[in-house]
Structure formats: C-alpha cells, structure tokens
Design a binder for this molecule. Sequence first.
Ligand code: IMP
Length: 179
Amino acid sequence: MKEVKVHDKVFELYISAEKIQVRIDEIGKALSEEFRGRNPLFVSILNGSFVFTADIMRACDMDCEVSFVKLSSYQGTQTTGKIKTLIGLDMNIAGREVIILEDIVDTGNTLTHFLEILDTYDPKSVTLVSLLTKPEVLKDKVKVDQIGFEIPNKFVVGYGLDYDGLARNLKDIYQLKGG
Ligand code: IMP
C-alpha cells in the first residue's frame, strides 16, 4: 500500500486520482444537464476546494462562472468549531443559480454558517456539491446534492486537502493510517 508522511503522521492511499476523475466527469455531466443555459455561478470554498473546482469546471460543458470565498474552521486534524470568513463574496449573487463547491463536508459547521450568509444575498437557488462527506459526523445537518464519495470519519489529505498546510499537491487522496 502506497504511503506518505506528512509532518508527523503517516497516511495511506485511499482514493486514486483515476477514481477521482471518473467521479468528477460524472458530476460535471450531471451538473451540465441540470444547469445548461442557466449560467450558474460556482462558489468555491477555499482553500481546499481549488483543485476540485478546477476539475469540476473543466468537466462541465456549459456556460458557467466562478467566485471564491475563504472560510476556516480547522487547525491541525481537529475542527475548532469557530468559523471565520477570511475572504468574502466579491460579486452580486441576487437571482443567480449558485453551486457551492466544497472539498469535504465534515461536521457541516462551515457550510451551515456559509449558507446563512449566502441566504441574505438572495440567490435564485443554491446547490451543494462536495467531493467528500463524512456521514457518521454530518448526520442530517446539511443536505448535500451531489457527493463524490462518502467516507468514514478519518482524516484525509491530498487533492487539495491539507494537514497543517501540507499535502494539497498530492494527486490521490490519502487516509490517516490507523487513526
Ligand atoms: P466542517 O465545518 O467540519 O464541515 O469542516 C469543513 C472543512 O474542514 C473542510 O472544508 C476542510 O477544509 C476541513 N476538513 C474537514 N475534514 C477534513 C479532513 O479529513 N482532511 C482535511 N481537511 C478537512
């Protein structure tokens, strides 16, 4: 089994780059069928979603736009529970069809907080897309419309996801070994 060491922890290969791309193409196709002709606005939640966003957008065959917001709730491998908006929305989304792109929805705290903010801007519709979800932790808190992969409650890195800043550049997704 392929392993990587990130800071002090060892991670093992969990989802290969090839498997990720197959799911991305499926999601891109589904979104294009649903939103073609409606010029949706992708809202990508930084930092982790930048890789997913680039791939999803290129898997979409339709006119679409993108904007980025930056929220933060994690320190190390633990959620802090406190969400900070570090970079806010820079465009008018009133009446727009918004598709939120998340790398991972864990407790759902980040998304719940962001959805409340988004609502005040009066979008026409809001669709949630997340590459990964952890259903054991999320329960029914937030309804994610398109999910790449449902995974157990273990910390993962790679494909945009980090452990204290590192490992975002890995092409595959790795899971904390034994943890
Ligand atoms: P939530 O608020 O608990 O849903 O956490 C969402 C954010 O925490 C994600 O956008 C990630 O940035 C980060 N996060 C949650 N789980 C993981 C993980 O397993 N690996 C890396 N980052 C994670």
